[in-house]
Design a protein around this ligand. Structure first.
Ligand code: ADP
Length: 466
């Protein structure tokens, strides 16, 4: 199949979160399965600077009166096609600008023109989140005269329904599109709603989140629109690249270990971590970590309420992340007052891998979680997750059953600090009872591979093109 993955980020080129991991691992898998896949991304400054000598200039055209350069690069057998426009994409960050909705809508517009320019007409144009969700609408209204585009089917994947891409109707005029009800929602243009309405199929990143988003509690106002497309709406659990997120192969850590010597590997990584960050803690005490965006979505309202209580236990807690100052200010304060608490503010991929490798317990009490990759990554490193039972966390983590010795994590079902505290204490008891090797073993048996995920997508693509 000819597949176009159209997104705003992709590993290993540019990443702010799990979306990038998914695009990176899916493209790798599709190549392995011998499909003709191209990943379309804006040419951000970070990519331009880092890969300057590998980019191949293919040509240019004008789309909506603006220059669109096409640069191409092959990396690890995946073909990337970049749309270059310095005014829109030569900036310090990839998100966070007032004209973000226009930037990504323009990018989607240019990608469709690029299909024709390169004569690469995909069977499936797979768009992701609000950034590229208007592509199906542009396809429908601007490319009908060109027979080559008639076969293109569109799939919209919702990675997080909270972010929808709102704009005034000037956007539609700027894109030279007809006005219609397809994109309007509560008086504004809503890119995600537009994609839900127009894409041939829609999916999200776990079966439970799929069902949750059909309710007013999780649907962020789009539940009724999703209900109207219910037959075309599915949930596919994400997977991870097990070559990259591997204690044996990760290029980000110095001390590697295998499934057979987890205990020894973790001890050495813990020693190195404590030495590096001057943490004075007994190695045999459990290390609990978080690697995360620091927002209320990730559960910080209850985490911050119970941290001081947790820190009275014989544990070391290490949080790596960045986000809302309301939460990070408090974490900095705790760091000063508690010897057994370390807070590293920022984004640091090497440290993230080191924490996955060194930790005993991974804390991920997200209030809502479309899929979540971090809990799968932690299991790949033999680190036991504690999660709230929502979305992809519910779909991926089977709780420990002390009678049958099944399961490989811990979960709680009511979102409050007492339940969180209770489940952590229970996990610590199980840790002290010496049962963790069994949980780790059980976790290794689960298939969280991107291969499993890619095969599910291929099945969905096939159902669309026949
Ligand atoms: P989300 O996409 O909602 O942020 P996921 O769990 O799906 O959450 O994916 C998060 C990804 O980003 C994981 O690969 C995680 O290790 C990584 N990550 C999150 N925060 C940081 C950070 N501060 N430093 C390094 N990696 C991070």
């Amino acid at each position: 199949m000819k597949i176009a993955l159209v997104a705003s980020e992709a590993t290993p080129l540019i990443k702010t979160g799990g979306l990038a991991d998914v695009i990176g691992s899916l493209s790798q898998e599709f190549v392995k399965q011998k499909h003709d896949v191209r990943v379309f991304l804006p040419l951000f400054s970070a990519i331009k600077n880092r890969y300057a000598d590998q980019l191949k200039h293919i040509g240019f055209f004008y789309t909506l009166g603006q220059y669109a350069g096409i640069e191409m690069m092959k990396l690890n057998r995946v073909t990337y096609i970049f749309i270059d426009n310095e005014a829109l994409f030569q900036r310090d960050s990839i998100y966070g600008y007032q004209d973000d909705v226009y930037r990504y809508a323009w990018f989607s517009h240019a990608v469709l023109d690029t299909f024709g320019y390169l004569d690469f007409i995909p069977d499936v144009a797979h768009v992701h989140d609000w950034h590229t969700a208007v592509l199906p609408y542009i396809l429908k209204h601007k490319h009908q005269a060109d027979w080559r585009y008639h076969k293109v089917k569109t799939l919209l994947t919702i990675h997080n329904i909270r972010f929808q891409g709102w704009a005034s109707e000037d956007l539609i005029d700027a894109l030279e599109l007809p006005r219609s009800g397809d994109y309007m929602h509560k008086g504004t243009v809503n890119c995600l709603k537009c994609g839900i309405q127009v894409a041939h199929k829609i999916n999200t990143v776990s079966p439970t989140y799929r069902n949750e988003t059909l309710s007013s509690e999780f649907g962020e106002g789009l539940e009724n629109i999703l209900w109207s497309r219910e037959q075309d709406y599915t949930g596919i659990l994400n997977g991870i690249d097990l070559n990259y997120f591997s204690p044996n192969k990760s290029p980000m850590i110095d001390i590697h270990y295998t499934k057979k010597d987890v205990k020894e590997g973790k001890r050495k990584n813990k020693e190195a971590l404590y030495e590096c960050y001057k943490i004075n803690q007994t190695i045999s005490d459990p290390l609990i970590v978080m690697v995360t965006r620091i927002t209320d979505q990730k559960g910080f309202d209850i985490v911050n309420q119970m941290l001081t209580e947790l820190l009275t236990n014989q544990v070391q807690v290490f949080i790596l992340g960045s986000g809302d100052h309301f939460y990070t200010d408090y974490l900095h304060e705790l760091h000063v007052h508690y010897q057994n608490f370390f807070f590293y503010e920022g984004y640091n991929e090497a440290l993230a891998h080191h924490l996955y490798a060194a930790a005993d317990i991974f804390l991920m009490p997200s209030k809502f979680e479309p899929c979540g990759l971090a809990q799968m990554i932690s299991l790949a490193f033999g680190t036991i997750p504690i999660v709230y039972e929502t979305g992809g966390l519910k779909d991926s983590i089977i709780p420990w059953n002390q009678y049958e010795h099944t399961g490989f994590g811990f979960s709680f079902s009511q979102f409050n600090k007492d339940q969180l505290n209770w489940v952590i204490c229970y996990a610590l008891d199980v840790y002290r009872s010496g049962m963790f090797p069994q949980l780790i073993k059980n976790g290794f048996k689960e298939d969280f591979s991107s291969k499993r995920c890619a095969l599910s997508y291929l099945e969905l693509y096939l159902s669309m093109v026949v």
